[in-house]
Design a protein around this ligand. Sequence first.
Ligand code: GLA
Length: 364
Amino acid sequence: MKKLNYILVGLAGLLLLACGTQKPSGSANAEKGLKHYYQPFFPMGVAVAPRDLSGVNADFIRKNYNSITSENAMKMGPIHPKENNYYWKDADSIVSFATKNNLKVRGHALVWHEQTPVWLFKNADGSQVSKEVLLQRMKDHIFTVFNLYKGKIYAWDVVNEAIDDDSTNFLRNSPWYQIAGEDFIAKAFEYAHEADPNAKLFYNDYNAVRPEKRERIYRLLKKLVDAKVPIDGVGIQGHWSIFEPSEAELRKAIEQYSSLGLDVQITELDMSIYPWEKERRAKRSGESDELTPELEQKQIDQYSKVFKIFREYRKNITGVTFWNISDRYSWLDSYPVPGRKNYPLLFDANLKPKKAFWEVVNFK
Ligand code: GLA
């Protein structure tokens, strides 16, 4: 009897080892995409470019996601290059792909200090515009974009990254702030709400789980909520790494933001294999950019940890969006170290699920 027990335990062990983090057997699982596993929790989204919307990439998106975001196409620079000239083609292709395939669309982003068009802050003579002119331009932009996509874009990042990187400051000293002061934030939400009262309106930022920045974001959001500014949620960008965030920090951030009555979305998720760096720099000689088994295991653990927490907070979290579709291309391949490969997503360069994927869909 004892012997039989040993054999059974041994067999079970072997079976476990064989399954491990590998793809589970059975065709039902192979057919299931990420969105199917997360159906009971929240929509799964991905940032796309028009080039992703045909062939195998399109099939891949349809299979795995039920929400898409434009990686660049709806930013003010690309979509509104001249004051009286909009470039709709790329954004249109994303919205029409979504409509055809029954996907939700998150709009990104209305008011941001980067990728702005050159005309935005200047008069025709090159001088800086007044606050009134800037707010009018902002309003025209928001109304024009919203009029075109009303009812097709369910949520928008209305203001992106307004908090300063320097923890001793509050708001970023951007041209928006220099010209219009703190008001530009509330105004952006007010115009957006006026243009489409049904759109869900978000404030979106990075490092939003780090305690010092979390406190400043919370302060901003609380001011907006207290002033009855029409804001629905906060986007935690989720440009994270195998080194952060900790479980306690992530829980605290979700709880603190939710305490304001706001929805929380994870809007730009990727899990770098390198520590966070913001300054651009050249690749150091001999600096390795291999996904070693050790790094991969850390990434598996980190992805598994954050998704377990997301599932726990399903009442507060109304969406999770990855930033880029697979390790074939990520913005982190060229930022902040040009030419350094990164592997931050759940799918490898051939669009195959990585071990981290199987952990994320394994609800132990
Ligand atoms: C920020 C922006 C995104 C994108 C990333 C890098 O997070 O919100 O739109 O530009 O940087 O791709």
